[in-house]
Design a protein around this ligand. Structure first.
Ligand code: NAD
Length: 462
């Protein structure tokens, strides 16, 4: 894998201030596939200064020109799709087909939506005797995780650029290679120097320096709740704007009239995709007590079919975390019907596709985000019981409802405390706002709502 021994700052690849490096490991065979600089506070400072210097010029650029640069970025990403897929497969371990379709495909489509939105968004409106201008918030510090490494970068950088903001990105330490590829693509797309900057590095070092830097106006973070809470506190102390995209424990509610076989099959696939490392995964399947045994049997068979088809999780640490959850589930009395905590292979950070039945709402496996290929199946007595269980966690990111009657599914979805609900297998929409109720986060990403996060209003009265 090609790796830059440098940081992308102010339009060029520059050496880091220190000598420390991060080794990037392929989770399939545990081999080192690249090394990138572990940037530190002085690097973050240089990058933030570059972003500040570029801000007034970029903010004043006509929206049509920003749209043209984003369209160029989309085109570069499209042309480099195969390289992106191979890079994500090497550093995340995702099967190549999945990397092609999702890890490379999704960022192209999101970049495309912002090329259009930059051109069509209303940045100025009349309200009575006022003209309201929607102006860029300023310099954005973006901190991203490894699970959908390029998607999460594009979901922050594209709307920020469309809004007229400039950006310093600190990507996850496990997946910095695709971030470097993104920086190359930004360069190729002709974005002016300093508009986008990349500092690879460790979270508590480079990430923290970015959050604390007084030259950053908005911090946009996706990752764990623990780190999100700390970032929110630091940003709050400095009265900095903050967007947090945190964890989830989403419910897949199968109402009695639903197509049970389809709902279970899609539900299992949803959890196993990306080896369960999806914040919006439907990790709690809720089934009526009369259909419970049938659903468990269907899910067990479905999970067994995934056997070898899912990739590993991202790291040894993540594997240990997931296995710990599986062991806790068994210890708490849940019934393991597929998979388990044992290692399916000698090499690589693999976890077996795992399904737990007889899960009760208070169990830790029904409350905590596992972030691995682990499905829990819970039973409910009636709709009110299902709603209580569905809403009974600190999270509220996504969810699903299946019913024979669409209106019944919609009525149930409207009572769920969550940011997104897929009705009878509704497809992912890259223009729909994505983000959490409750402790799943603050703010929204994607589409026009995602763009608004990077804008602030100024009202002129006449
Ligand atoms: P993390 O929150 O530690 O890392 C996410 C990003 O934050 C990385 O870029 C990291 O370098 C950075 N970071 C870490 N500490 C920081 C700090 N003190 N200041 C600023 N930035 C910091 O997540 P992780 O350790 O990679 O994963 C742990 C758990 O988080 C997972 O098991 C999963 O439950 C959850 N997670 C959720 C999402 C999501 O999409 N919501 C994504 C990844 C992980």
């Amino acid at each position: 894998m090609k790796a830059h021994d440098a940081l992308y700052i102010d339009g060029a690849w520059r050496p880091a201030a220190g000598r420390d490096v991060i080794e990037v490991v392929n989770p399939v065979d545990e081999q080192v596939v690249g090394r990138v600089p572990a940037g530190t506070a002085p690097d973050v400072d240089t990058a933030v200064r570059a972003a500040r210097a570029a801000l007034s010029g970029w903010a004043a650029t006509a929206p049509a020109e920003r749209a043209a640069r984003l369209a160029a970025l989309r085109d570069v990403l499209t042309a480099r799709k195969e390289e992106i897929a191979e890079t994500v497969t090497a550093e995340l371990g995702a099967p190549l087909e999945f990397s092609r379709a999702v890890h490379a495909g999704l960022p192209v489509s999101v970049a495309g939506t912002y090329a259009e939105l930059a051109a069509t968004h209303v940045f100025e409106e009349r309200v009575g005797n006022s003209v309201v201008h929607h102006e860029p918030v300023g310099v954005v510090g973006a901190i991203t995780p490894w699970n959908y490494p390029l998607h999460q970068i594009v979901a922050k950088v594209a709307p920020a650029l469309a809004a007229g903001c400039t950006v310093v990105l600190k990507p996850a330490e496990n997946t910095p290679l695709v971030a470097q590829l993104f920086a190359e693509s930004v360069h190729e797309a002709g974005l002016p120097a300093g508009v986008f900057n990349l500092v690879t590095g460790l979270g508590p070092v480079a990430g923290q320096a970015l959050v604390e830097h007084p030259g950053v106006d908005l911090v946009s973070f996706t990752g764990s709740s623990a780190v999100g809470r700390r970032i929110g506190a630091v940003a709050g102390g400095a009265v900095k704007k903050v967007a947090l995209e945190l964890g989830g424990k989403s419910a897949n509610v199968i109402l009695p009239g639903a197509d049970l076989a389809r709902a279970v099959a899609v539900g299992v696939a949803n959890v196993m995709a990306n080896s369960g490392q999806t914040c919006s995964a439907w990790t709690r399947m809720l089934v009526h007590t009369d259909q419970y045994d049938e659903a468990v049997a269907l899910a067990t068979t479905a999970a067994a079919k995934y056997g070898d088809r899912i990739g590993p999780v991202v790291s040894a640490e993540q594997r240990a975390r997931v296995r710990g959850h599986i062991e806790r589930g068994t210890a708490e009395g849940a019934r393991l019907v597929a998979g388990g905590a044992d290692a399916p292979r000698e090499k690589g950070y693999f976890v077996r596709p795992t399904v737990f039945a007889d899960v009760t709402p208070e169990m830790s496996i029904a409350q905590e985000e596992i972030f691995g290929p682990v499905l829990t199946i819970l039973r409910y007595a009636d709709e009110e019981d299902a709603l209580r269980i569905a809403n009974g966690t600190v999270y509220g990111l996504a969810g699903a409802v299946w019913a024979g009657d669409e209106a019944q599914a919609v009525a149930f979805a409207r009572r769920m405390e969550t940011g997104q609900v897929d009705i009878n297998g509704g497809r992912f929409n890259p223009l729909a706002p994505f983000g959490g109720y409750k402790q799943s986060g603050v703010g929204r990403e994607l589409g026009a709502h995602g763009l608004s996060e990077y804008l602030q209003t100024k009202s002129l009265q006449f």
